[in-house]
Design a protein around this ligand. Sequence first.
Ligand SMILES: CC(C)(COP(=O)(O)OP(=O)(O)OC[C@H]1O[C@@H](n2cnc3c(N)ncnc32)[C@H](O)[C@@H]1OP(=O)(O)O)[C@@H](O)C(=O)NCCC(=O)NCCS
Length: 158
Amino acid sequence: MTPVALDGGLLRPLDAPDCAPLAQALAAIDPWARLGYGAPALERYLRRDDPALARWVIERNGTIAGLLARRSPWLRGPYIELFAVLPGFQGNGLGGAAMNWAARHAAEIAPNLWACVSDFNAPARAFYARHGFAEIVGLDGLVQPGIGEILLRRRLQQ
Ligand SMILES: CC(C)(COP(=O)(O)OP(=O)(O)OC[C@H]1O[C@@H](n2cnc3c(N)ncnc32)[C@H](O)[C@@H]1OP(=O)(O)O)[C@@H](O)C(=O)NCCC(=O)NCCS
């Protein structure tokens, strides 16, 4: 994995020293806070050996601004398993640029790009809709009782 220049930032492979601060930052914000993922569980997720999971740090001006974790192969296309732009960096087009890159990469290899979003996460649902994802099916209580996760599919031109 080599770094990828984004409009307004950079995608680079996750390094070991990134894991603890990123896990803490993610655990402090929704959806992970409300879903009850603590920093230790997120740190284990970031560190664990998983050759099908590509983990990219989103950087802005040399500072960690977010994370994109992409599982591939998945279901006739990659699955965006974890995607976050941290609060101080949101609304500058970074998330959109990272998503556009993920979709371009996916279109080279498959006809679909998949993601999942919590039902209460209205801003992210709107973000995914603007980026061409359709809400396919609700997965009630997948992570927490009373909260649904929604499987999202973006069909790609090949
Ligand atoms: C959802 C999320 C990834 C979006 O990332 P982001 O970097 O804020 O997204 P963008 O800045 O590309 O787009 C969001 C909005 O910011 C504004 N925006 C986009 N580019 C902009 C720019 N260059 N300057 C100012 N504002 C801009 C727009 O209002 C944009 O909406 P649009 O898509 O209709 O244009 C981010 O908010 C996030 O990580 N949230 C918390 C975690 C989460 O919910 N993750 C996803 C589900 S698990």
